[in-house]
Design a protein around this ligand. Structure first.
Ligand SMILES: NC(=O)c1ccc[n+]([C@@H]2O[C@H](COP(=O)([O-])OP(=O)(O)OC[C@H]3O[C@@H](n4cnc5c(N)ncnc54)[C@H](O)[C@@H]3O)[C@@H](O)[C@H]2O)c1
Length: 383
């Protein structure tokens, strides 16, 4: 069914990352694609919200708001442990959902939300904006066409820096659970989730049931519950391997990437910029692809179902299977001195894990895990 525009959009979670949606909605309104119908956030608006039209309804309860205003789409940019109930409230009120990643903090929640949206005939787009570039399909066709020979596997490398300010911004930051509810706010499932999700999509195994094993090595150098330095290896039903090596305790912040390694070369996708480097016997070739905004894509899909949804819930299925493995794994192993070095002070304080900047590159390109790389802080491989 074609639906007219502008669509009425409600935003749940308007501070933090949610503020970027308010800015996008200003442009989408100017383009005649959407208009902001209301905001739900327990915190009142701040002076940063200069894109907020005067008189916009603002409440602390989504069900209450949806009882007062009609919404075609609800954007959920709230804490992870609220994703499921807010998305469910939106779907039951008849709206489609733009749901931030990770879609849900449990696999059971993912399945329940998938069933509900199918039953109600509503769509749910997940905020993996790295899927919104043709670079992803370009990498897949290069690989399928044999540009790098026989594929050995797909790696993902992320080396970021996060200070105490990041972990102290919200009660749920760095938690595995809060008030008995799963949160799973670790490096794999939240800050560098795009690296793993994009690697799974490039490998062609991003749906439920497409993984045959998930191996987790979870560590933490920060004073948090969740993992901040982790390596994941999955094997796929198609015989593929994906290794994601991710840290928030790098010496220096770098662009994360996904790399496909083959017998005659490699393809690297810098998924935040859409740049693709293909390195083969003849040298390196580079192309950069633009991005499509996922909210705009959802709105255009609603108006014309021939417009393909870029990041439907089903394409986060394998990612959520990895999330479930992280959630149910033993707590992360603590990294201590001398492998942990503290820099800065106060809210700028941050731990650096010795050698981790190189380790994430090594793991992603050799497809060996931190333990297999014999890193001194990672422990040994079980015999
Ligand atoms: N796609 C990306 O690149 C990206 C980047 C950062 C964060 N995120 C996602 O955005 C979401 C928010 O993350 P954040 O870091 O901005 O968190 P945050 O804690 O800084 O902000 C969350 C906001 O949600 C509000 N909130 C809390 N409970 C709510 C409720 N019941 N209903 C409505 N609003 C509620 C809070 O008051 C706050 O304004 C998370 O899902 C996160 O994973 C995505």
């Amino acid at each position: 069914m074609r639906r007219s525009m502008p669509a009425r959009v409600v935003l749940a979670g308007a501070h933090g990352y949610g503020a970027t949606y308010l800015r996008r909605l200003v442009q989408l309104k100017a383009d005649g694609v959407a208009r902001l119908a209301g905001v739900c956030d327990p915190r009142p608006p701040s002076p940063d919200h200069d894109g907020l039209p005067p008189g916009t309804p603002w409440t602390d309860d989504l069900a209450d708001l949806l009882g007062r205003v009609d919404a075609d789409v609800v954007v959920v940019a709230a804490p992870i442990h609220r994703h499921h109930d807010l998305a469910e409230t939106a779907l039951r009120a008849g709206a489609d959902v733009m749901l931030e990643k990770p879609p849900t903090p449990t696999l059971a929640g993912f399945d329940a939300l998938s069933d509900l949206s199918a039953r109600l005939g509503r769509v749910c787009q997940v905020g993996f904006q790295s899927f919104g570039t043709d670079a992803v399909e370009h990498v897949r066709s290069l690989v399928a066409d044999g540009a790098i020979g026989d594929v050995r596997g797909v790696g993902a490398a992320g080396a970021w820096v996060r200070t105490r300010a990041y972990w102290s911004r919200s009660a749920w930051a760095g938690r595995r659970e809060l008030d008995g509810r799963p949160v799973v706010d670790g490096v794999v499932t939240n800050p560098l989730a795009h690296a793993l999700a994009t690697a799974l999509r490039i490998e062609g195994s991003d749906r439920r049931g497409e993984l045959t094993s998930v191996h987790t090595e979870l560590f933490r150098a920060n004073d948090i519950e969740a993992d901040d330095t982790s390596c994941i290896r999955v094997t796929t039903a198609g015989g593929g391997t994906v290794v994601a090596a991710l840290t928030l305790c790098a010496q220096e912040q770098r662009e994360p990437y996904v790399v496909v390694t083959g017998s005659r070369g490699r393809v690297v996708l810098w998924y935040k910029t859409g740049r693709v480097d293909v390195t083969g016997p003849a040298g390196t070739d580079t192309r950069t692809f633009p991005f499509t905004d996922l909210l705009e894509n959802l709105l255009r899909h609603r108006a014309d179902p021939a417009v393909r949804l870029i990041s439907p819930l089903a394409r986060s299925g394998a990612f959520t299977e990895v999330l479930e493995a992280v959630r149910t794994a033993p707590p992360p192993t603590r990294i201590t001195a001398p492998h942990r070095v503290v820099l800065g002070a106060g809210l700028d304080e941050r731990p650096v894990v010795a050698g981790v900047d190189d380790a994430v590159d090594d793991a992603a390109t050799t497809l060996r895990t931190f333990r297999e790389l014999d890193l001194p802080w990672a422990g040994t491989v079980a015999a």
